[in-house]
Design a protein around this ligand. Sequence first.
Ligand code: IVH
Length: 685
Amino acid sequence: MSEQTLTKEEQAIKDRMEALAEEIEKHNKAYYVDNNPTISDDLYDSLFQELVRLEKEYPQFKSLFSPTDRVGAEVKSEMTKVTHKIPLLSIHTETDYTAQGAYDFDGRIRRSLELEPSAPPVEYDCELKFDGLAVNLRYEKGVLVVAATRGDGYTGEDVTANVRTIKTLPLKVEGLPDICEIRGEVILHKKEFERINEEQRKIGGKVFANPRNATAGSLRQLDPSITAKRNLSFYAYGLGEVSSEIAPTQSALLDKLKELGFPVSGMRTLAYGPAELQNFHLKVEQERKDLPFEIDGVVYKVNSFALQRELGYVSREPRWACAHKYPPEEAQTQVLDIEIQVGRTGKLTPVARLRPVFVGGTTISNASLHNEEFLEKMGVKIGDTIVIRRAGDVIPEIVRVVPELRPADARTFVFPEYCPICGSHAYKEPGEKDRRCTGGLFCKAMRVQSILHFVSRNAMGIDGIGEKLAEQLVADDTLKTVADIYKLTADQLVKYERMGEKSATKIIESIEKSKNTTLERFLFAISIPDVGEAGARTLAAHFGSLQALEDAGLEDLLGVEDVGPSTAEKILHFFAEPANLKVIDELRVAGVHWEEGGGRSTENQIFTGMTFVLTGTLPTLTRDEASDLIRKFGGKVAGSVSKKTSYVLAGANPGSKLSKAEALGVKIIDQDEFMKMLVQDKEDA
Ligand code: IVH
């Protein structure tokens, strides 16, 4: 709308709206940023309501940085993608927690810059490594126009409406270059995280495992009014596209951003040389527990932008920065109870129910005690205080009992000899660590677990059947065996809790699709004791058909690579059990099928003796599909690159495996070349 067409009256309204917006933003800053409100809540509310009313009446005058967006008014139906003008790269992680990490980084920098040992120390900016979600905030002429998540680094999701609700973030800034992208991390303060979970518990909503997940859940909300209630925070740490330079160094940039009104953490410092980097690492480690938010390490950056440019990038990581992490966190908590969980093969696992404790970035309330032997070795009793450790995403482990804190009424847990679910005898084979329920298909716990395994991604790959649904389907005996899955109908499914018609239809479609499978997936899916994914693959390749495996004797089985006497025995038992044969039969009658005669007998084994490593996203093949093809043609798939790797099959956004392959001189191919190898072979054959 051009200015000339406005009547005098309209112009006055527009001016009033602008004045209100500015006034409210000023009070927002005083309240949220400076913690120093200058007007009463009532007065603030009346200003706010006036603006809301005017914006409703005159939407054409609403500004792009209206403070009313801070409460999140518009609901989206799906997330829009945003392509980053400059990709958001990842950062090299120094996994050596000790001082060596800092020395390794400094050493690399000095070598790259060809500095003599006598040259003065390099100047570094040291910062916190925030454990949240990276975002790119694009300001045009000082106004926040687009906020996007990092995504895969190249394209992210448009979260503008949600980011506008972050109260400590300026929506309009004086003194920025015309185009200026600010990068930083959206995080949740620990207190907010706890408050949100408390609230979620009350309303029976989803409880978040850690602040990072809660941040992601809040930032990727389609309804920004929910985001607004989550009180997210933002800390700036860098730039994307800019139309003119803001500062010559990282530290000057952060000073400047702070001055302009962006939240910048005060926990940063300049360091000269590796010893000072290490000092920062140690100092932050000591203060880490008292920080209002989670961090997972510190970041070192070469301070001078000129030197940063000189150092440049290796693959997708800047050479001039590195993240230096912290060792796994430990915490103390109390064992409230010990319970037995029954797994898919009947294994009884003691699980400690813990007083929830926040450790390693997550709230932990359970820990596995593995088996009777471990329980005895730890000597843990109900009521004991224990030390728990968690690193990254691994399962938390109990490190030790704190005997000084054992209460007088601590109870010894007696390992049951009967299955707590079905009451069948739980038997421990001589020489085995695990006790197993002998209830078989009669045991509902085993049934639920075997169904969840059967549908899992690398087994039959049926989507939509989760724990809750499996439990219900087993409880009312709709699923007596996994074969009953193929008798399910959409009409039947909609009767269950939280199951809509659409989801039910999707599940049935997925079940239908799963019928076309491979022998190895099938063997993995049917839960033969001791036979995992790799075992199933070996058996499928060796025997080539289900019949051949069923007919195999002990000698035949012992002739298979990686099959020992105990596993061979279990396989024999499995196929001797009429109930198992009946299920297999029912599955085949239901239409589950695969191409027989794969494996050993195929003539096209071009990949025999070759090892492939996959990295990045391939244009059309999924990781599983590519792996299946490699194995089908006799090759092996490995998880990491070594001199023995024959090919690295790389797609978009490859990881560090690519640089390792380059360093070792391993041949790198893309999907096209890979497919050509296959086609060529077929033509030759
Ligand atoms: S700088 C090219 N600084 O770490 C380096 N990243 O970057 C650009 N992160 O998920 C990043 N705190 O969100 C930088 N002070 C900090 C950071 C930081 C956390 C995160 C970032 C990204 C990951 C790798």
